[in-house]
Design a protein around this ligand. Structure first.
Ligand SMILES: [Cu+2]
Length: 423
């Protein structure tokens, strides 16, 4: 049954879609109101455009008597952060973050949760309006799920947006070692600002001490690995889009710090939080979105500037891998003659830091680090060392694209558009 109110909403959405096809100033005004063209690829087989979870996946479901049934298995998982480093984490269904759950507003969902961890757990559905007994706080709303047990959570989705799931049992340990995931609820009505590409990224930070394999849950401040979907640069997939695509990136944060996530070459609108969509008139433009702890943020933009655009956390220590923070400051300190003298005691010792840290990225090739530990500054681009790590990837905006699922390689700059050395 479609009510008169629903009809009005869809008509308004259709009109808004038309307005958005305008370009320039009027198009911009439409963009500001969140009124943009309906997605080209959505609204076909499914009533929504599926979300892409880079380096991750979506949880399959089966229809059982009108209920969408999902099955999450809480278990230990080995996660490669990037080639050269594999971490012994906990997660769901072989993944950290766990697979993204996708459903539609109005759906009745049942989520079976099987515990294959060595200790009890529960799942809390962060931001979702559930009956109290489904809220998953162990001891408060339900008994804990003991190892080997399966519990069922069942509720009707009464809202849409970007939400999360995570344990509410020994969460200091369980979240620290990777137990989290995104829960996306698509709107029942056509979106007022449908997108062409919809990405989902969980931010996280870890303390994996050099030479070890297990994240240290006791660390509160001094983390050394910073991840998008439990991967670090250069192990994070690029976000591939076509020029002109309307792009949404959903960011979730259950780490111990806020992360200011920044895009180059574009500005975006902060379009939603885990409290819901922000009305078009109240959205504001940014190039950096601060994602607080225990929150989600949806950012939306039109990818109108072709190129390879950095997308990263703006805390400069969060784009490093395995950095030690307890080191003496050698910047500007003369180490003349020191290297030879220390080498007599410590063969292979290299004095570094006098002129800055950039030389670190030069030493990767011939310096051997501890086992299972990535270099602090790494990655190679078409012009040399990128000196990055952690929460860093590239939004690849291309005029011509064979497939969204293929890395199109590095951007080929039109002649005369690259910074040049002055003779
Ligand atoms: Cu950060």
């Amino acid at each position: 049954m479609i009510s008169r109110r629903d009809m009005l909403i869809s008509t308004a959405a259709a009109l808004a879609g038309g307005a958005a096809l305008l370009t320039g100033e009027r198009g911009e005004a439409a963009e500001r109101r969140g009124e943009l063209k309906p997605g080209k690829k959505g609204n076909r087989a499914r009533p929504y455009l599926p979300v892409v979870t880079p380096n991750g996946g979506t949880l399959p479901w089966a229809m059982k008597n009108g209920v969408k049934e999902f099955h999450l298995i809480a278990e230990p998982v080995e996660r490669e952060f990037a080639p050269g480093m594999t971490v012994k984490c906990w997660g769901y269904n072989g993944l950290t973050p766990g697979p993204t759950i996708e459903a539609v507003e109005g759906d009745r969902v049942r989520i079976l949760v099987t515990n294959r961890l060595p200790e009890h757990t529960t799942i809390h559905w962060h931001g979702i309006f559930v009956p109290n007994g489904m809220d998953g706080v162990g001891g408060l709303n339900q008994p804990h799920i003991k190892p080997g047990e399966t519990y069922a959570y069942e509720f009707t989705l009464r809202q849409h947006g970007t939400f999360m799931y995570h344990p509410h049992a020994d969460e200091m340990v369980q979240i620290a070692v990777g137990m989290m995931g995104l829960f996306i609820v698509h709107p029942r009505q056509p979106e007022e600002s449908a997108v062409d590409r919809d990405f989902a990224i969980m931010l996280h930070e870890w303390a994996v001490h050099p030479g070890t394999y297990r994240p240290d849950p006791a660390v509160m401040l001094d983390f050394n690995m910073f991840t998008f979907n439990s991967r670090v640069f250069p192990g994070i997939a690029p976000l591939v889009v076509k020029t002109g695509d309307r792009v949404r990136i959903r960011l979730g944060n259950l780490s111990m710090d806020e992360h200011p996530i920044h895009i180059h070459g574009h500005r975006f609108w902060i379009a939603a939080t885990d409290g819901g969509r922000i009305p078009g008139s109240a959205r504001w433009p940014e190039t950096t979105v601060l994602v607080p702890v225990g929150a989600t943020r949806d950012i939306e933009f039109i990818a109108d500037n072709p190129g390879d655009w950095a997308f990263h956390c703006h805390k400069s220590h969060h784009v490093m891998n395995a950095m030690g923070h307890n080191v003496p400051n050698l910047l500007g300190a003369s180490q003349k003659g020191l290297e030879e003298r220390i080498r007599a005691l410590l063969p292979g010792y290299m004095a570094m830091g006098e002129t800055g840290m950039a030389e670190h990225s030069e030493h990767i090739a011939h310096m051997e680090g501890p086992a299972n530990t990535l270099p602090m500054m790494t990655g190679t681009g078409p012009f040399g060392n990128m000196e990055m790590g952690g929460m860093f990837t590239v939004v690849k905006v291309r005029d011509d694209l064979k497939s969204y699922d293929e890395d199109p390689g590095w951007y080929r700059h039109p002649e005369g558009t690259v910074a040049w050395k002055v003779k």
